[in-house]
Ligand binder design. Sequence first.
Ligand SMILES: *Cc1c(COP(=O)(O)O)cnc(C)c1O
Length: 381
Amino acid sequence: MLAVRYDLPRVAASVSKDDLLRRPPGMYRFRELTPLDAGEEPITLGEGGTPFLPLPRLGRHLGMRHLFAKDEGQNPTGSFKARGLGLALTKARTLGVKGLMIPSAGNAGGAAAVYGARGGIPVVVVVPRDTPQAAVAEAIIAGAHVFTVEGTIATAGRVIAGIAPTLGWFDLATLKEPYRLEGKKTMGLELAEQLDWQTPDVLMYPTGGGTGLVGIHKAYEELAAMGWIKASQPRFIAVQAEGCAPLVKAWEDKAETTTPWENPVTDAPGLRVPGPFAGRQMLKILRETGGHPQPVSEAAILEAQKLLGRVEGIWTGPEAAATLAALCLMKEAGEVDSGTRVVLVLTGAGIKNPPPPLPPPIHLEGDPDRVLATVRQAIAR
Ligand SMILES: *Cc1c(COP(=O)(O)O)cnc(C)c1O
């Protein structure tokens, strides 16, 4: 695998924290810590610069005083995939690709299609058949060629690996090139700035392929090497669905890397990655930071999704809700206490997924008295 390395002392000498404040918001504020060359214009729709939200009501509910969320659902395309694909497509355009092919559980394909349209690069997206409609529609609207396969993102990846070389199109699967990771890394750069150049005690991330978690860790490493933050990493918690938990299995087996999970089942598409590309790297980070993988049930994900909506007004996707489900378990187990500073990375917006089972709205009909009575009864509940 290729990774981007920077001359960090030189970066530290060429830009200051105050310089950042004078730049427009968004991930390219941290331009010196991205692989953009001098004068290279990014393909952008305004990604990054997402809100860092204190969650006081949820915190009170859980008995925690320092609970925060990074709301990546507010990116263009409704997930943090916009960061990685925006940067990957930018570099692909500079390097002169003919076209790009991407296997995806939904959001990555949608984002690749969108930035392909924005940058004038043809994109092929291959997704599992049961991918949420919004992500498929997003890719089609952006003019991508969209194909479905039976199976998971792993099947889609094999299909692309088999045909991309013949077509002469670039295979943009996770970690086939180093730039997507650099885009995702900007979540960590922003988190550091938004937490006043400190790291939290615990960072909860819902992991699929794993580059989001690895990217945030890389951000903290680079900022520490620049002397912008202390060299203490948070405890990283990789949240997985019980029905697709290759990291949990590897952790229990004390293995160095993951083995593919058979029959992955979860309604959180971003977590349905049976063989994480960054499995080995994630396990290393979890070990080194005193973290661990945390499995959660489908029922707990749904509960958490509703709880976050009800007490903080954030309709987040099932992957992101899994971080809260995991936090609830860790709180019960005494792994975090009321003073622990915890960041939940809310990777994607709820609206990109089919809604969870909900009570239907009450239909109003009849004369004004009847309408009044119906409403009065409903709000009294
Ligand atoms: C892709 C995705 C994930 C998983 O992120 P990785 O960086 O692949 O581990 C989690 N949540 C959402 C909403 C995603 O789209």
